[in-house]
Design a protein around this ligand. Structure first.
Ligand code: PMP
Length: 425
């Protein structure tokens, strides 16, 4: 039976959702409708509370409805919702970002991750005077035309559109290479290096499940970029402030020329940002010739929520605790799978994890390995967990997120649920 709220939504909203993965297309069935959320739980319209490992797809690293965040937004709202003129809180936000992420010397606030990456590649193109962009298979950088491109038939062929509506001529400028394959990157630059403006990469991939970089991969990207005069962009929309206060670049010890941010930076409000070396950032308008603008950019409610969330992640020991909780969850799930005789592999970094139902014995580090996993078993696991009151990301290609609000007890309950579900998988 179709959920009445979903049925009605479909009468007015395309597909009943405002972002496709919410429709449960990856797992089948119908989405949860959320009424409210507190701490580690979302309360759904079916009257049940679910332990939540989606966390609004990343922003809720400190848990839902943190009083500090809500109150900061309420205080800001009482002074007005938007002015379209500079405010002091925007400087506070930019200063905070520069302090936490030292490779960022100048910042521009935008309204989503998509806007951040779209602007970053325009800036890289404007700065270098080159048009080609290198990205990686299985990485997602939002839905701007140049980035909604998949690999052509051979690794070094030009990209093809991922969606109707993306002009083939533009897709042709995007080269999509295998993640963690430095040889492919070197070969691409050997052939077209003087035409490549930038490499954009998820420093830990979270949009093809969870795939950390192999040792030397990020360092290699940086040295190739420096050799050929291209810009290295770390898309830290997902990893920023999560893996460490300074994001994946702090965690990995490799700094890019430009960084894109989203999710946590807005604490749950629609906020994104890009930042990086001053000499590159100053190519942006109004200082430089590369145009970029936004009516609501630097919105005071977004800045207030983001700053409050950044206070939370700056508490001493925050990431160590998050890492420990992530480890507890992953160890528990592996143990439950072992007991049930289900082949399961898990990748994890602080606050982020990915489950792979696969017989592979070695590391899972390529998109092709993710695609080869048992999708059907994942779907049954997902729905089984939902029945048990645990809300995982509704797709085998999305990373899961742990927040600081997940208590040891929440994690133990999650592992118990997994034991029940795996026994009948
Ligand atoms: N980059 C990455 C790495 C992302 O994970 C996402 C969204 N999941 C985006 C960009 C796009 O961000 P938004 O959905 O805010 O446009």
């Amino acid at each position: 039976m179709t959920h009445p709220l979903f049925e009605e939504a479909k009468q007015y909203i395309v597909g009943g959702v405002n972002s496709p993965v919410r429709a449960f297309t990856g797992v089948g069935g119908e989405p949860l409708f959320v009424e409210s959320a507190q701490g580690a739980r979302v309360h759904a319209s079916d009257g049940r509370a679910y332990i939540d490992y989606v966390g609004s797809w990343g922003p809720m690293i400190g848990g839902h409805s943190r009083p500090e965040v809500i109150e900061a937004v309420q205080r800001a709202a009482s002074r007005g919702l938007s002015f379209g003129a500079p405010t002091e809180v925007e400087t506070a936000m930019a200063k905070r970002i520069c302090e936490l992420v030292p490779s960022i010397e100048r910042v521009r606030m935008v309204n989503s991750g998509t806007e951040a990456t779209m602007t970053a590649i325009r800036l890289a193109r404007g700065y270098t005077g080159r048009e080609r962009v290198v990205k990686f298979e299985g990485n997602y950088h939002g839905h701007s035309d140049s980035l909604l491109v998949k690999a052509g038939s051979g690794a070094l062929t030009q990209g093809v559109p991922n969606s109707p509506g993306v002009p083939a001529g533009l897709a042709d400028l995007t080269m999509t290479l295998p993640y963690n394959d430095l040889d492919a990157v070197r070969q691409a630059f050997a052939e077209k290096g003087d035409e490549i403006a930038c490499i954009i990469v998820e420093p830990v991939a979270g949009n093809m499940n969870c795939i950390p970089p192999e040792a030397g991969f990020l360092e290699g990207l940086k040295s190739v970029c420096e050799e050929y005069g291209a810009v290295l962009i770390f898309d830290e929309v997902m990893t920023g402030f999560r893996l460490a206060p300074g994001g994946a670049q702090e965690w990995a010890g490799v700094t890019p020329h430009l960084t894109t941010l989203g999710k946590i930076v807005g604490g749950g409000m629609p906020v994104g940002a890009l930042g990086g070396q001053q000499k590159i950032m100053e190519y942006l308008s109004p200082m430089g010739p590369v145009y970029q603008a936004g009516t609501l950019s630097g919105n005071p409610l977004g800045m207030a929520a983001g700053l409050a969330m950044m206070d939370i992640i700056s508490e001493p020991g925050f990431h160590a605790r998050l890492d420990q909780r992530t480890a507890q969850l992953c160890d528990g799930l592996l143990e439950a799978a072992r007991e049930a005789g289900i082949p399961l592999r898990i990748n994890r970094v602080p606050g982020m994890f990915g489950l792979f139902f696969t017989d592979e014995q070695g590391p899972i580090s390529r998109f092709s390995q993710v695609s080869a996993c048992d999708q059907d078993r994942f779907k049954r696991f997902f729905h089984g967990m939902l029945e048990q009151g645990v809300y995982l990301a509704p797709s085998a290609f999305e990373a899961g997120f742990v927040s600081s609000a997940h208590s040891e007890q929440d994690i133990a309950s999650t592992v118990d649920a997994a034991r029940t579900v795996m026994a009948r998988l």
